[in-house]
Design a protein around this ligand. Sequence first.
Ligand SMILES: Cc1cc2nc3c(=O)[nH]c(=O)nc-3n(C[C@H](O)[C@H](O)[C@H](O)COP(=O)(O)OP(=O)(O)OC[C@H]3O[C@@H](n4cnc5c(N)ncnc54)[C@H](O)[C@@H]3O)c2cc1C
Length: 504
Amino acid sequence: MLKTDILIIGSGISGLFFAMKTAKKRPDLSIVIMTKETAKNTNTRLAQGGIAVVTDHLKDSFNKHIHDTLRSGGGLCDKEVVEMVIKQAPERLQELIEIGTSFDKDEKGQWDLGLEGGHSQHRILHHKDSSGQEIESKLLKIIKKMPNIELLENHMVIDINAETKKAKTTCTGVFFYEKKHNRIKYMRTRTIVLSTGGCGQLFENTTNPKIATGDGLAMAARAGAEIADMEYIQFHPTALFTGKENPLFLISEAVRGFGAHIVNEEGKRFLFKYDIRGELSTRDMVSNAISKELQLSGKDHVYLDCRHLDARKFYAHFPVIAAHCNELGIKPEKDLIPVVPAAHYQCGGIKVDLNGVTNIKNLYAIGECARTGLHGKNRLASNSLLEALVFAHQASENVDRTIAEFVFSSKILIPKFPKAEQTDDYHSFEILKKELQKLVTSFYTSEERDSDLAFEKIKSLHNDAVSLTETHEITIPFIEFSNMIATSLLIIKQCKAAPNKQMC
Ligand SMILES: Cc1cc2nc3c(=O)[nH]c(=O)nc-3n(C[C@H](O)[C@H](O)[C@H](O)COP(=O)(O)OP(=O)(O)OC[C@H]3O[C@@H](n4cnc5c(N)ncnc54)[C@H](O)[C@@H]3O)c2cc1C
């Protein structure tokens, strides 16, 4: 029987940072990281803008960053969490720098701090426009050298095994699908850390990669974890519109911070009609303003106008964005860039305390899959990588203190799974997935949400999926689709219960 002291599910910033910190302090513990595709296939890798940290104490302050975060969160943030995250940020940043992560500096050798929507000050540290890739590659490099960490790629976790005794549920292991050998296996563990990212793939237009199917959230919910704030899905206002498949390529908020304008079909700026901060308003405000403008015009996109900016500086700051636009024949120095709002970030998730602890014993949730209380109804730009670092740290400190209490479960009841199969049903599930994305998008963006109708339609899609598996048994598309169904139902349920509608 396979076993490990700590099992981390997910190889994004939160899982890797937790692994690195815990493995350093506790070389006696065995740590396994499972990830459903290659380790690099994450939301983290796509992060462009950077990480919000107060470093310039002359112009900026913790209080200003706290104020901006609370304001963006629309009164629904947990102030204690906001203060903890923002005040801890410099220490966590220093840890990234110590492992060789590089952030850009200006000609005077000072941090080249970016500005993004909702921030009252320049405070975003970045590595050009590929900050996530820089952070993730440095973390992966370290992780691969640590003898007590085993990184298992192409290992998809299907479900958490949990036991309930005297009304207390404890997780004791996971069932996972090992792609190479086409087998479902079981691993016992003393602690599980969910760091599985978000659920952007539930929507037709999203910036999230294909892995973002809400697996961790669905698994945690099945095991009995509390889920909160799923009605708050953040839409990023400027995803590149090509009229093609998701995910959509992101044009970072930092581009607006750099001075780009959003204009309509007639080339006119319109955001000031909706908010005095214009382009530098928070994401929810800008996305809603664009959606309203599109409703009025009947068009399917607006534009980002960078033509007035210094082209040399633009290309130096945003080489990835510029290269991507160029590949599509768009020259930002002379062409307008077509953009639309796209589902970007899950503000809610698995409810955790200040240490990333869920209501299930031995189960932690960190990173985007967790609902920590930092974001309220709308995450402030570049606070997500920061949250992932801080909660990975908190969870690591907590595990270290409590791991001695955890014992391997002696009695395991392993349900009999049918043989897993990689069959040709990807195509059938792709069709079902598109229907689900259409349905969730239409429900979420509608002025008059009909939850009951959405429930019925989703259940019918689920039945179609179940009937597809009658011939194929368990397959990866089925597992992902089931998780997407479960996550959609949670969003609809929590939207129905929410007093304030999140718009977009
Ligand atoms: C295009 C884009 C740009 C962004 N830019 C920024 C930015 O500039 N600043 C900022 O703060 N935030 C940004 N964000 C948000 C931020 O990148 C994410 O919130 C953050 O990286 C999430 O990290 P994570 O550790 O929670 O998980 P992720 O990086 O999403 O990784 C999730 C991991 O879980 C694995 N996984 C999922 N399900 C399973 C399963 N069933 N079994 C095994 N493994 C599983 C995945 O394979 C993956 O390895 C951006 C997001 C996107 C999409």
